[in-house]
Design a binder for this molecule. Structure first.
Ligand code: UFG
Length: 331
């Protein structure tokens, strides 16, 4: 039997590269399509890499037509929330128009299975915690709007009766790195808490700033559901299998269903790194909901997802090991 072929946009990036690696290990034939704006050639550990942009419609169609994938996993996107506020057009073009280009190319090439990287940002300020998939999509920033817009496009494709099927995975706070040490987070100017804390422990940043200590949470800092990138990568393989086996188009949260505060994360990073770095308490960062925790039963039940790294220490440990290696890494 021919190996199943998977076309991965953004496969040279942080989450995409973990999925590409796992696809290779699971015996899929993989082709990564990435413009290398934030991704890296060295991060693509399975299959070939085509350097291309999802905004280049002709190239995208040509590459898909010649590779003839059974399914597409779509990571390529802009992801920095504050930048999406200052440069909305850029975000809508890449995240919405880029995805439309991809969906149209898939239609022309006759590819009918699609796994989409969505985000907890589609929920906005949650009405209740934990957040279930049925919660209304009410994003509070352009980044979240772009993801919600694509989800609405996907919903409408489903309603149209098109045989095309999709899974939208709504990521909570993704962190950690490949336990084998080959890949991990490597973007310039990271904004994420765990990465910034690790970089502060490493001495790359002078101090870590805590944005807001007066939230209505037990220690006054925001609570997030941190999920290890390897467990998230596994969720993509399961989503793919689910679609290939006839599963219905649907959206699934990707989180563990428990949260940690910013202070808890900072303490854990200090403990694991052994560095008592400087911490400064600052004003709230605009647009941060006090708590974001996933209801995670749906993906566990429907896809049989069983996390292997649901442990903050382990998440931080793999991130710390990676961060220490990163110093010698070249893009
Ligand atoms: N934080 C700090 N100091 C920092 C960085 C972050 O105190 O230096 C705080 C933030 O204010 C927030 C928490 O740590 O309270 C987590 O912030 P991150 O920037 O790490 O992550 P976010 O929760 O803001 O957002 C991330 C993704 C979104 C996604 C969301 C889902 O960037 O795309 O997780 O939960 F929608």
């Amino acid at each position: 039997m021919r190996k199943k072929r998977v076309f991965v946009t953004g496969g040279a990036g942080y989450i995409g590269s973990h999925v590409v690696k796992l696809l290779g290990e699971e015996g899929y034939e993989v082709l990564t399509y990435d413009n290398l704006s934030t991704g890296h050639r060295w991060a693509v550990l399975a299959g070939d890499l085509v350097v291309g942009d999802i905004l280049d419609r002709e190239k995208l169609l040509e590459v898909i037509k010649s590779f003839k994938p059974d399914a597409v996993i779509h990571f390529a996107a802009l992801i920095v929330v504050p930048e999406s506020v200052s440069r909305p057009l850029k975000y809508y073009r890449t995240n919405v128009v880029g995805t439309l280009n991809l969906l149209e190319a898939m239609k022309k090439a006759g590819v009918s299975f699609f796994v989409f990287s969505s985000s907890a940002a589609v929920y906005g300020n949650p009405e209740e915690i934990p957040i279930g998939e049925e919660h209304p999509l009410r994003p509070i920033n352009p980044y979240g709007e772009t993801k919600a817009t694509v989800e609405r496009i996907l919903r409408d494709i489903k309603l149209s009766g098109d045989p095309f099927r999709w899974v939208s995975l709504r990521y909570f706070n993704v962190a950690g790195a490949d336990p084998g040490g080959k890949i991990g987070f490597a973007y310039p100017d990271p904004t994420h808490l765990i990465i910034r804390a690790l970089k502060t422990a490493k001495g790359e940043l002078k101090r870590l700033e805590i944005y807001g200590t007066d939230y209505p949470t037990p220690d006054g800092t925001c609570i997030r559901d941190y999920i290890h990138v390897e467990d998230l990568a596994r969720a993509h393989i399961l989503a793919l299998e689910y679609l290939l086996e006839g599963g219905e188009s649907d959206a699934f949260n990707c989180g563990y269903g428990r949260g940690f505060s910013v202070r808890e994360v900072v303490d854990a990073v200090k403990r694991i790194s052994g560095v008592d770095f400087e911490v400064a308490e600052r004003e709230r960062r605009p647009g941060d909901p006090p708590a974001l925790v996933a209801k995670s039963e749906k993906i566990r039940k429907v896809m049989g997802w069983t996390p292997q790294f649901d442990d903050l220490e382990l998440i931080i440990k793999t991130g710390w090991e990676w961060e220490k290696r990163l110093t010698s890494r070249k893009s």
